[in-house]
Design a protein around this ligand. Structure first.
Ligand code: NDP
Length: 336
């Protein structure tokens, strides 16, 4: 059983040496437990949070522990009456070939539908954690209305690309902010965004003003930092800001100052609400039903970057921070 364990808490960028590669015997499930073989391992910005000991929404990964990760896998052996050999499951397990899961419901393990209605990889992307994050963050917290302007940062990523497409379905003007011209083209030409801004090459405040002539009603924040500050200069009265992530700060080695344009929140009576997708698990089926339908109808498209081999995970995760990928980043650990 190949495993990647956390050996040190990263300072700044993640380094491959923050992980240790080990091989251990494949574990055997006890009564009530299940042995799961990992097929796909999802790489997520939150991995960086779990590697740190900052204040967070669940316990950090301890030094020496197998790195935590969201996976799609198959049940190889079951001593739990709710699961049988061959069931496809998703869950929060680890960076390893095989894991023991407890099999109680909740986010530790969920059974995927059988037969599968779509490719298995869809369940790490639009029908997985990231798709549901986009869905509940935008619709439940952002509450977009027809004709409003929705701006999303990290727009070409796993969450952002779905946020923008849901906002289009809801009749909004959609503007994406991302880090390359190629990604901007993809957002506009393939995914149907109204405009996209490369924050690395333009004056962001004026580009936002130009792309959002009626101001911004919903800002889906994946990034924080200077992009949030620029957005606040164009925020509308009674705007909503679903605070999904702050990736610009995850590698920070010094405390990060809050937005300089904080006063706009007061003057414009803006509602900012942080959320963590795990809180929405009881409502998962609502999101899956709508997202599944939109996928079938071709209203939602997605990109997936698949890296081969568990051993490449420590290098591949850097792509989340240098932006060198489009859509959802996933490692293929074993054959489907
Ligand atoms: P992405 O697929 O969007 O990958 C991260 C992207 O962020 C990169 O591709 C890069 O794209 C952009 N980025 C990285 N560093 C910076 C920076 N310093 N400034 C601006 N952009 C940057 O990841 P996800 O879609 O999985 O996650 C997006 C956000 O949502 C993250 O902040 C994550 O933590 C959060 N999240 C929150 C959840 C919740 O429950 N609240 C659940 C899931 C995700 P680019 O080329 O555009 O720079």
């Amino acid at each position: 059983n190949r495993q990647l364990r956390l050996t040190s808490r990263p300072v700044g960028d993640i380094k491959e040496s923050d992980f240790e590669y080990r091989e251990e015997p494949i574990p055997s499930p006890q009564e009530g437990e299940i042995l799961v073989r990992t097929i796909y391992l999802s790489l997520d910005p939150t991995n960086r949070i779990w590697m740190s000991d900052m204040e967070q929404y669940m316990p950090p990964v301890e030094i020496g522990e197998v790195m935590r990760g969201a996976i799609i896998g198959v049940v190889e052996e079951s001593k739990n009456q709710n699961f049988k050999q061959g069931d496809l499951v998703s869950g929060l397990l680890g960076w390893q070939d095989y894991a023991i899961a407890e099999g109680n419901s909740g986010f530790s393990l969920m059974r995927l539908p059988a037969p599968l209605p779509c490719p298995l990889t869809t369940f790490v992307g639009p029908l997985g954690f990231t798709g549901c994050t986009a869905y509940f963050g935008l619709l439940d917290i952002g509450q977009p209305k027809v004709g409003e302007t929705v701006v999303v940062s990290a727009a070409a990523g796993a969450v952002g690309s779905i946020v923008g497409q849901i906002a289009k379905i809801k009749g909004c003007r959609v503007v994406g902010i991302t880090g390359s011209d190629e990604k901007c083209r993809w957002l506009v030409e393939e995914l149907g965004f109204d405009a996209a801004i490369n924050y690395k090459t333009v004056d962001l405040e004026s580009a936002i003003a130009q792309a959002c002539p009626d101001g911004i009603d919903v800002y889906f924040d994946n990034v924080g930092g200077s992009i949030l500050d620029a957005v606040l200069t164009k925020i509308n009265l009674h705007a909503r800001i679903p605070l999904c992530g702050l990736i610009s700060a995850y590698n920070a080695t010094e405390p990060v100052p809050g937005p300089y344009n904080y006063s706009h929140l007061l003057m414009k009576r803006v509602r900012v609400q942080g959320f963590i997708i795990l809180d929405y698990i009881p409502r998962w089926s609502e999101a899956i039903s709508d997202l599944g339908q939109w996928l079938n109808q071709g209203k939602i498209k997605y990109a997936l970057e698949v890296v081969e081999g568990l051993g490449n995970a420590p290098k591949a995760i850097l792509k989340l921070f240098n932006g060198n990928k489009k859509g959802k980043l996933v490692v293929k650990v074993s054959e489907e």
